[in-house]
Design a protein around this ligand. Structure first.
Ligand code: PBG
Length: 325
């Protein structure tokens, strides 16, 4: 009665072959990006307690990760540096022998044309106070002084061979500032990935272990309030106007509404970052035997793609790519 004569949606679900044929969303290895942590001063990979299965890499083990990523056919890697020493302005971010810049040169060489090598462009891993920017005399994050550091960082990363700069610091005007700096130095082909709608999220917890973060307090004066949906779209459209090549929503699973809004409105690719806490929750529940690990991983990534992401940054990128093949 309610569904009318002969209308039976279940018909298309009767067999695995039918379900596969009519699937609206599929995961392809090329739309996965692996975040990679590279730590200064270690010779063996170091496990991250809150992210079982994820390591801080040495420069040596970085090489094998790049080879594995290329073999798995994923789209690229996003590099994060974990320096031995930190200071107020994050000098290590712009020094030629800073860990992220060294790692980028190695990754770019190893990857060749097989992967897009990407770098986190943010100061938090390099500052002793752990904030994403430099502080003013009263201890607040100084937006425009930070932009000057981001410009320098952009040049250092582009010179090291990064092809796509991941601007994750949530300073106003950061995309325009970095674009201008790159173009001014002839790096017109270096692309900008704007972490446009980045929320002040509890789900970054394990990442802060992964990068040995020194942050006291929080990032609520620059990252967005989780309560705000409209603002996510506004941030993305501003970044498009400032010249971003790709926009991103982060975290992913708790922000699928924002992701869908941005995907509908954006004229450029839209990515999503399945962050450390999203990874840790599934791994932890699976370790307890409370959920089916593989199904939960696949469902979470399919959901992010279904909501409108073109590409997903995920710590499961290699495992997923291999299981698809
Ligand atoms: C900032 C940055 C963060 C993440 C990526 N880039 C942490 C933060 O904003 O506190 C989080 C990624 C994750 O949780 O997996 N450089």
């Amino acid at each position: 009665m309610t569904s009318g004569p002969g209308i039976r949606p279940r018909r298309l679900r009767t067999t695995e072959a039918f379900r596969r044929l009519v699937a609206e969303t599929r995961i392809h290895p090329a739309q996965l990006v692996l975040p990679v942590f590279v730590r200064e001063g270690i010779s063996e990979p170091v496990e991250i307690a809150s992210m079982p299965g994820v390591q801080q890499h040495s420069l040596e083990s970085l090489r094998s990760v790049i080879a594995d990523a290329a073999a798995a056919g994923i789209g690229g890697v996003m590099l994060f540096g974990v320096p031995e020493t930190k200071d107020a302005v994050g000098c290590g971010a712009t020094e030629e022998d800073g860990i992220l810049n060294v790692a980028t040169r190695i990754a770019a060489r190893e990857a060749g044309d097989a992967l897009v090598v990407q770098t986190d462009l943010c100061l938090d891993e390099f500052t002793d106070h752990g904030h994403c920017g430099v502080l003013d005399a009263s201890g607040r994050v100084d937006n425009d002084a930070t932009l000057e550091r981001y410009r320098e960082m952009a040049i250092a990363q582009a010179e090291s061979g990064s092809q796509l700069l991941g601007l994750s610091g949530m300073m106003d005007g950061q995309v325009a500032a970095v674009r201008e700096a790159l173009d001014g130095r002839g790096f017109t082909d270096t692309a900008v990935l704007a972490y446009s709608a980045k929320y002040a999220s509890a789900f970054y917890g394990p990442f802060r272990d992964a990068v040995d973060s020194s942050l006291q307090g929080d990032r609520k004066t620059y990252q967005q309030n989780p309560a705000n949906r409209r603002e996510g779209l506004r941030e993305a459209l501003l970044d498009v106007a400032e010249g971003a090549d790709v926009v991103m929503v982060k975290p992913a699973l708790s922000y699928l509404d924002v992701l869908a809004d941005v995907a509908t409105a954006s004229p450029i690719p839209v990515w999503a970052y399945q962050v450390s806490g999203e990874y840790a929750m599934i791994e932890a529940a699976a370790a307890q035997g409370w959920i089916d690990r593989e199904r939960a991983i696949e469902e979470s990534v399919v959901s992010i793609l279904r909501a409108g992401a073109d590409t997903v940054l995920t710590y499961w990128a290699l495992e997923l790519a291999r299981s698809i093949r």
